[in-house]
Ligand binder design. Structure first.
Ligand SMILES: Nc1ncnc2c1ncn2[C@@H]1O[C@H](COP(=O)(O)OP(=O)(O)OP(=O)(O)O)[C@@H](O)[C@H]1O
Length: 236
């Protein structure tokens, strides 16, 4: 991202923002509520045209997991996962559904789950299904908006592991927006901090945590930040 600016009315959300994402890394984007993380994600994937600047994306296709999973309730889980193939390729419906089952297996969902409707699955299973859909066109890069939001801690940790395993096994680049400090410590190779309309720090977790910026200090060294850091150290 080069010199990105986004303005809504007289509200400037991003101003001359720059960020590089490296191939194969998991990079976490953090920032306060309303800092502009979702807008930045939408800009990166082309859903929002920035007022200035450019996105240089050497990847095609891309995969996206939206904040609320966004599966269609009137379709089965497998039909949801197959949809991008049905829309963007010449595969038959049967072929697309077959590939959907394979992707569902990759994220740990069986055939029976594929035949159910989203409302019949648990929150964790819906997230997995949404991830399978994001992966269905074999993207080089996926954008995940708060992937663990709404999951209980055990399911959130399992979903973190799944993202990391898939990223390393498939060489997949992952850009994720998160408020989940455990996710940051557990799976992110680097963290980008969005504050004051730009990326104020981008580095490994250890280096970002040591950054003297006041927002970073209060975010990572508040009670929850300390607990997450402590838990991460214990795991190592
Ligand atoms: N389409 C839009 N029209 C007008 N204002 C918008 C639009 N989209 C976002 N905004 C504003 O841009 C700012 C950044 O919003 P954004 O959703 O990116 O924040 P965020 O960092 O993702 O927040 P959160 O962590 O709470 O999800 C907010 O003040 C929001 O009201």
């Amino acid at each position: 991202m080069r010199q990105i600016s986004n303005r809504f009315g007289n509200q400037m959300v991003h101003q001359n923002l720059n960020l590089d994402v490296y191939r194969g890394e998991i990079i976490g984007l953090v920032g306060g509520s309303g800092a502009g993380k979702s807008v930045l994600l939408r800009t990166a994937i082309g859903l929002n045209k920035p007022d200035t600047g450019e996105i240089i994306l050497n990847a095609s296709p891309i995969g996206v997991l939206f904040q609320h999973g966004a599966l269609f309730s009137s379709m089965t889980v497998a039909e949801n996962v197959a949809l991008p193939l049905i829309e963007h390729t010449r595969l038959s419906r049967a072929q697309a559904l077959h590939l959907a089952q394979i992707k569902l297996a990759l994220v740990g969902l069986n055939q029976q789950a594929g035949e159910q409707y989203p409302a019949e699955l648990s929150g964790g299973m819906v997230k997995r299904a949404a991830l399978a859909r994001a992966l269905i066109r074999e993207p080089d890069i996926v954008f995940l908006d708060e992937p663990t939001a709404g999951l209980d801690p055990l399911n959130a940790a399992a979903f973190d592991r799944l993202i990391k395993t898939l990223s390393k096994a498939l060489g997949l680049t992952v850009v994720l927006v998160t408020h989940d400090l455990d996710t940051l410590y557990a799976i992110c190779d680097r963290i980008a901090v969005l504050a004051d309309k730009r990326i104020v720090a981008v580095d490994t977790v250890a280096k970002v945590v040591a950054n003297p910026d006041s927002w970073i200090q209060s975010y990572f060294h508040g009670p929850r930040g300390r607990a997450a850091a402590h838990a991460a150290r214990k795991e190592v």
